[in-house]
Design a protein around this ligand. Structure first.
Ligand SMILES: Cc1cc2nc3c(=O)[nH]c(=O)nc-3n(C[C@H](O)[C@H](O)[C@H](O)COP(=O)(O)O)c2cc1C
Length: 192
């Protein structure tokens, strides 16, 4: 019998922190029961090149299914296509604003809009500092709609000795929310 893999949408935008999206895809690649669906914005591609020296095809090789940012007829643009939800990592303030206002002008904001209306999990990793009031209000709106705001903020209590360990902790905590096996990505706090 054919069993459908669980699907998870990974969306990458032009905020700094392309490594978060890349690590999400790499972890999902190791999971036999998960199917990743990738979308990246044009600004996301610029940062992917600048920060990680990766091209679109390097990134696409990490995903099970890829979708064009303007392909508003893609499977994931419809609620009838079942997914576990959407992760936006990293999420720019522009895309956050679009999601907060239900402005589905591209496939990233549309897929988040769809997941929110279907009451599926949406985890946004917004990245900007400092924050203006519009940013804070938009995060509040997304939270009121049921989305989870998970800023990529490192924890220091794990005494990570590398940036990658800090990235993996964030990636692991987010994927854990979807029930992905995150063994080895971070050490849960066990008390002092
Ligand atoms: C190197 C670089 C770093 C950026 N970092 C951020 C950031 O951390 N947060 C943010 O909101 N925008 C950042 N931007 C600006 C966004 O890329 C820009 O607002 C873009 O329009 C976002 O579009 P998108 O959401 O469709 O990807 C950055 C741009 C560049 C070139």
């Amino acid at each position: 019998m054919h069993t459908q893999k669980k699907r998870l949408v990974i969306a990458m935008t032009g905020a700094t922190g392309a490594i978060y999206g890349v690590r999400m895809l790499q972890v999902l690649q190791q999971q036999a029961d998960w199917e990743s669906h990738l979308i990246i914005s044009s600004a996301g591609l610029v940062n992917l090149k600048y920060e990680l020296d990766m091209s679109r095809s390097d990134l696409y090789a990490l995903a099970d299914v890829t979708h064009g940012i303007d392909d508003i007829a893609a499977s994931i643009a419809s609620g009838s296509f079942k997914t576990a939800g959407v992760i936006i990592a990293p999420c720019s303030m522009k895309t956050l604003a679009a999601i907060a206002h239900g402005f589905g002008d591209n496939l990233i904001s549309r897929s988040a809009d769809v997941a929110l209306k279907e009451r599926r999990r949406v985890v946004i990793m917004p990245r900007e500092t400092p924050l203006n009031l519009a940013h804070i209000r938009n995060m509040a709106s997304v939270t009121e709609m049921g989305g989870i705001i998970f800023p990529p903020m490192p924890a220091f209590y794990n005494k990570s000795n590398s940036i990658m360990a800090m990235v993996d902790e964030g990636v692991g905590r987010v994927l854990d929310m979807f029930g992905v096996d995150v063994e080895g990505l971070f050490t849960p706090w066990k008390g002092l």
